[in-house]
Design a protein around this ligand. Structure first.
Ligand code: MN
Length: 314
């Protein structure tokens, strides 16, 4: 999935309700798809290592636009792809070609650089599947691995967990006694859970968390969080109290140890400095295949916009 092009004045608001903060997302465009961008928010760039959360769900579910995201590059991040409906074909410059369906995980770690493409695959008439729905998320890589090699992992099955008032799957990291086999570079957890009205989950006090409702509003402590927004839970909590009026509320729980270093994000790149971003931009635009190899995809390659700091002012 393609990322933020540049920062706009985001319609972000913060409500200080006890220690939980609610941060509103905004709509964004990725190819023909309209997405809800939950993270980053104006004030919060990372939560644990999570630095980007897009929720895909077609506006027009009768004739959803196709998911067609041509070859584009990434650096310094891992993409976590998790679908709620539909299927997509992932292809990348490592040579991976992988179909992903709901319940499965794609984890692609860019390191110094790779490129990939994503194509929605019709497994049934579009009006029956309502298109591809899911979450595309990024984990910022820590200094120790962000200059390293790329890798791609696909997991057909993920560990299931139950807790008081709910159940779910662990996408990455660990929860209670269970651990996802996905390779992570920094202490993290990512879970997709179903709440049955009231949930009580053990939390790691050294982690901060984003609570991301998917289909119905969820109350986090005293804060009501709508789908498309997130609740930010700072470090220091040993449990999470979640509540919904629905008997079946879907929620993403994304947490981790604070990254401890500010990240610089632009377009599909996560780095630390503007110079690093400029170099990646120029490597992509100049077809530097030593860094961003060819992607086995019939979709057109996506050109990067020119970074605003390189624009001529005349
Ligand atoms: Mn991508």
């Amino acid at each position: 999935m393609s990322g933020p092009v540049e920062e706009h004045a985001n319609p972000t608001s913060d409500f200080g309700i006890s220690t939980i903060e609610v941060k509103e997302g905004r709509t964004a465009q990725v190819g023909d798809l309209s997405v809800l961008r939950v993270l980053p928010t104006k004030k919060k760039r990372t939560i644990g290592p999570w630095c980007f959360v897009d929720l895909m769900s077609p506006d027009d579910i009768e004739s959803p636009p196709p998911m067609e995201i041509g070859p584009h590059p990434h650096i310094g991040l891992a993409t976590v792809t998790w679908l709620f409906a539909g299927s997509a074909l992932h292809s990348d410059s490592l040579g991976s070609e992988q179909l992903i369906s709901p319940g499965q995980l794609n984890l692609m770690t860019a390191g110094h650089g790779l490129a990939h493409a994503e194509l929605g695959v019709e497994t049934a008439p579009a009006h029956e599947t309502n298109g591809v729905m899911g979450a595309q998320m990024w984990l910022a890589q820590p200094e120790a691995t962000r200059h390293g090699s790329s890798r791609f992992e696909h997991l057909d099955e993920l560990p299931e967990v139950t807790f008081e008032g709910g159940r779910g799957h662990i996408l990455v990291g660990s929860f209670a006694e269970e651990r996802s086999p996905a390779t992570i570079d920094h202490p993290t957890v990512g879970m997709d859970v179903i709440l049955e009205r009231q949930g009580l989950l053990p939390a790691a006090p050294e982690f901060e968390y984003a609570i991301v409702p998917i289909d119905v509003p969820v109350k986090v402590d005293d804060a009501i969080v709508e789908p498309g927004a997130l609740a930010y839970v700072p470090t220091g909590f040993d449990e999470l109290h979640l509540e919904s009026k629905s008997q079946r509320a879907r929620v993403l729980i994304l947490g981790g140890a604070p990254l401890g270093e500010p990240v610089k994000m632009w377009w599909n790149f996560v780095a630390r400095t503007q110079d690093e971003i400029t170099e990646a931009w120029s490597d992509w635009q100049e077809h530097n295949e030593a860094r961003f190899g060819p992607v086995p995809s019939s979709l057109p390659r996506i050109d990067a916009p020119r970074p605003p700091w390189l624009r001529e002012t005349s």
